[in-house]
Design a protein around this ligand. Structure first.
Ligand code: 17E
Ligand code: FE2
Length: 412
């Protein structure tokens, strides 16, 4: 039994106490009082949030920037070429060593759930084999969801359909696709049909790299949403990136929005990496190339934010600290109203939980697993502004990471 004394929850300005027993939250309320023999953690009025969720990252490529050559153009497509060179040299040990380092880095920033895309356009499926092992080895500390991600296409890559089916047989959680990279519009549609049907058949989730291009004519999303609607997959489907939506004309977007609402699909935006990768064919004005987060959110559609990459061919920087992603995302999408800032933790907490389908296994509520972070701030806007450290990250009632609060002195 443990009592976490004097915490602030985002919805309630008054501090509360939180009681934990047998790895679950058992009581939440003001001044609960200490039971005999109970361990007490004094949170000193700090903000408690459910653990952070990385809803979109490519763990297989982390820490490979510059290997064997850097991505000099900064485009998505050169990134895919550079990664293809590095992919040819992958070993299971190499992938595991890099991912083991990054997962611990993420844990230090309070992340406890990760959805990773893993490139399966590799006849050996080396990265997938490594990630499947890590999903088991790390399960006590990090929940890893694996997406079979066909980086070089399904219909446009040799044996693409077989590789996706093999990945499903090996036990991935989610199926991906990349319609804007397929050779033709017909292949784009065919790949989406293939993946949605396979997911429906196998009971798997879907998360598509969808229209990650500045081409206003890239319209994989309408096909994905229609299949989700017709197959009844709804919130089991996610559209990631959707950067072409930035360039859609408003008349088309307005028409599309009705379908998106009817379909119930989720969206993931990667505002840091897409501001870096998109707009590269523009001179001036240069597009930001981030999907319409504000409009989707206001229409009641679920949107989360991801880091996408850490030091790889698509992003030379990145630490895995989701605060940076939210901070950048709010600026790029012009969502800096007071309420928008205070609610923005949801992009990397509850909204992301919906995308991952975590259900009752996530959230600070009586009966749910006692997993949470304590931030060195008393409100989310302060935590965001000051890049507050995660002073404690508890998972199922156990401390798994901590950061000493920064104590800065100015000597005048
Ligand atoms: N692959 C891709 O197709 N798009 C991305 N943003 C990354 C990898 C990081
Ligand atoms: Fe991605």
């Amino acid at each position: 039994m443990m009592l976490v004394h004097n915490v602030r929850l985002p919805e309630s300005p008054e501090p509360v106490d939180v009681r934990i027993a047998e790895a679950r939250f058992t009581q939440i309320g003001a001044d609960l009082g200490v039971h005999d023999g109970e361990e007490v953690l004094d949170a000193q009025g700090r903000l408690m949030l459910p653990p952070f969720i990385e809803s979109h990252i490519h763990l297989d490529s982390v820490l490979t920037a510059g290997q064997p050559e850097p991505n000099l153009s900064g485009t998505l497509f050169e990134g895919i070429q550079r990664w293809a060179q590095r992919k040819a040299t992958l070993t299971v040990d190499d992938v595991k060593e890099r991912v083991n380092r990054v997962v611990r880095q993420q844990a230090g920033f309070g992340v406890q759930f990760v959805r990773t895309h893993v490139d399966v356009t590799d006849p050996q499926l080396t990265a997938l084999r490594a990630l499947l092992e890590l999903r088991e080895e790390l399960a006590e500390w990090m929940t890893i969801q694996i997406v079979a991600f066909p980086q070089e296409g399904i219909c446009s890559f040799p044996d693409g359909r077989e590789l996706m089916t093999k990945a499903a047989d090996l036990g991935v959680d989610v199926l991906g696709a990349i319609p804007h990279f397929e050779f033709t519009r017909e292949y784009a549609v065919e790949s989406l049909n293939f993946v949605c049907n396979l997911a429906a058949e196998r009971g798997l989730l879907v998360d598509v790299h969808c229209d990650e291009i500045d081409d206003e004519a890239s319209r994989g999303l309408e096909t994905l949403a229609t299949r989700a609607y017709e197959l009844g997959l709804g919130s089991r489907v996610t559209a990631s990136h959707t950067t072409a939506m930035h360039s859609y004309n408003n008349a088309y977007f307005t028409r599309l929005l009705r379908l998106l609402q009817m379909s119930g699909i989720n969206f993931v935006s990667n505002p840091v990496v897409n501001t870096h990768l998109q707009g590269r064919a523009d001179t001036y004005p240069k597009r930001r190339g981030v999907t319409r987060v504000k409009e989707l959110t206001e229409a009641g559609i679920n949107v989360s934010f991801g880091q996408d990459d850490i030091q790889d061919p698509w992003n030379p920087l990145g630490t895995g600290n989701l605060r940076d992603v939210v901070f950048t995302g709010l600026y790029v999408t012009q969502m800096l109203g007071h309420e928008q800032i205070e609610n923005s933790h949801r992009f990397v907490t509850s909204n992301a939980a919906r995308t991952l389908g975590l259900g009752d296994e996530y959230g600070i509520e009586v009966g749910r697993p006692a997993s949470f972070v304590l931030l060195d701030a008393d409100t989310w806007s302060q935590a965001l502004n000051w890049n507050a450290g995660v002073v404690a990250s508890y998972r199922n009632g156990k401390l798994i990471a901590r950061t000493e609060p920064v104590r800065r002195e100015v000597l005048f």
